[in-house]
Design a protein around this ligand. Structure first.
Ligand code: GLN
Length: 331
C-alpha cells in the first residue's frame, strides 16, 4: 500500500492511521505489523498504547501524521523499532540506543540477574558471619578465598549502550563499574544512559578492545602500587559464528552493528580471548559472568577449565531453557 494512500482524507483519526500502518507493514512482511504500528504511534504522540484504544476516534495532527508515516516507511525497510524510536527497555529501565549499539535483549537480563544474585548472596554471607574466624572457615568450606567487599569493582567488557553496567550500578549502590568498548560512539551512548539513570558517578568509560585500557603501560594498569584488579568481570560478547550471520533476521543482520554480533569462525573467538586474560585482572575469589550462545556451554566450560585458574563453573538457563550465562570463580 502506498504511504500516500491516506492523503485524500482531510481529517485522520487514530484508528484509521493505525489500520493503514498495520496494512502497510504487513505488505512489507513485517511479522509484528500491528504491534509495531502501535508502538510507533504511541511514541509519536508521546502517550502509552492504551491511549490509542481509548481515543481511537481522536484526530491526529498533520505534523504527527508526517512523522508517523516516515517512521512506518523506515520500519517497512526492516529498520528495528528501537533504532527508529532511539530507545529500548531493559531491566525495566529505558535505554537510549543508536545504530552504533546493539539493541539490549531480554536474555541479557539473565546475566544482570546472575551477577546481582551473587553479589547479594555474598553480602548476606558477610553480614551473617559472627566473627572473622567464622568467615574464614565458611569461605574455606566453599573454596572461596575472599568475599566481595565494598566497593565492588566490576569490569564490563563491550558495554555497548551500557545496559549491563547501568543496570548493575543502579541495583547495587556499592558497585563501581569500569566499562570498555572499542567504539567511541557506543561509549557516548553508554555515558548518556548512565547520566539518565543517575549512576554516572560510579561508572568509568574507557575506549579500547577487551583489556587494552588496562594493559601496561596504560594509565590504568597500576593503581596504588598494585595491578588493577576486579571482583567481577561481566560481558555479553559477540558470539555468533561468522557463517551464521547471513542467516539472521534481516533487521538484525542488516541493521545492528556486525562487530557486536560476530564471534569469528566458531563464534568463540572473543569469548576465548576474554577468558584467557581474565585471571590477570580478577581478584582471587572474584568471578567472571558471560553471556553465551545456543549450544556453546560445553565448549566454553572446556576453555575455562583448560586455563586451570577457575573453579565452580556453572551455567544459568534463560526463559527458553537455553544455557545462556556461564559463571566461573577465580581460585
Ligand atoms: N553490553 C551490550 C549488550 O549486552 C553490548 C554487547 C555487545 O555489543 N556485544 O547489549
Amino acid at each position: 500500500m502506498n504511504p500516500r494512500s491516506l492523503d485524500h482524507l482531510t481529517t485522520i483519526i487514530l484508528r484509521d492511521i493505525l489500520n493503514w500502518a498495520a496494512e502497510y507493514l504487513k505488505s512489507h512482511n513485517i511479522p509484528s505489523a500491528r504491534l509495531d504500528s502501535e508502538v510507533l504511534l504511541s511514541f509519536v504522540l508521546n502517550k502509552d498504547r492504551t491511549y490509542l484504544y481509548v481515543n481511537s476516534e481522536t484526530r491526529i495532527q498533520k505534523s504527527e501524521v508526517r512523522r508517523f508515516k516516515e517512521f512506518i516507511e523506515r520500519r517497512g525497510m526492516m529498520e528495528p523499532v528501537s533504532y527508529i524510536t532511539g530507545e529500548k527497555e531493559f531491566w525495566s529501565l529505558k535505554f537510549k540506543v543508536t545504530k552504533d549499539t546493539l539493541i539490549p535483549r531480554p536474555e541479557t537480563e539473565v546475566l544482570v540477574q546472575t551477577v546481582l544474585d551473587i553479589i547479594r548472596s555474598q553480602k548476606s554471607e558477610v553480614r551473617s558471619q559472627k566473627s572473622e574466624a567464622c568467615l574464614e572457615r565458611s569461605l574455606k568450606v566453599k573454596n572461596l578465598q575472599s568475599p566481595i567487599f565494598n566497593p565492588i569493582r566490576i569490569l564490563d567488557i563491550g558495554t555497548g549502550s551500557g545496559n549491563i553496567a547501568v543496570s548493575i550500578a543502579k541495583e547495587s549502590p556499592e558497585s563501581h563499574v569500569f566499562t570498555v568498548d572499542k567504539s567511541d560512539s557506543a561509549l557516548s551512548v553508554a555515558k548518556e544512559n548512565a547520566i539518565i539513570h543517575n549512576v554516572a558517578g560510579r561508572i568509568i568509560f574507557l575506549k579500547g578492545d577487551l583489556y587494552i585500557p588496562f594493559n601496561p603501560p596504560g594509565p590504568l594498569f597500576i593503581k596504588e602500587g598494585k595491578e588493577r584488579l576486579f571482583d567481577i568481570i561481566v560481558s555479553n560478547p559477540p558470539y555468533i559464528p561468522t557463517c551464521d550471520i547471513e542467516g539472521l533476521m534481516p533487521e538484525v543482520r542488516d541493521w545492528e552493528p556486525r562487530w557486536a554480533l560476530d564471534g569469528g569462525k566458531d563464534g568463540l573467538e572473543i569469548i576465548q580471548k576474554i577468558i584467557k586474560d581474565a585471571p590477570l585482572f580478577l581478584e582471587s575469589g572474584g568471578f567472571i559472568a558471560m553471556e553465551i550462545g545456543f549450544g556453546q556451554y560445553e565448549e566454553v566450560s572446556r576453555i575455562i577449565s583448560d586455563i586451570d585458574k577457575f573453579h565452580n563453573i556453572k551455567t544459568i538457563k534463560d526463559l527458553s531453557g537455553i544455557e545462556r550465562v556461564v559463571t566461573a570463580w577465580k581460585r
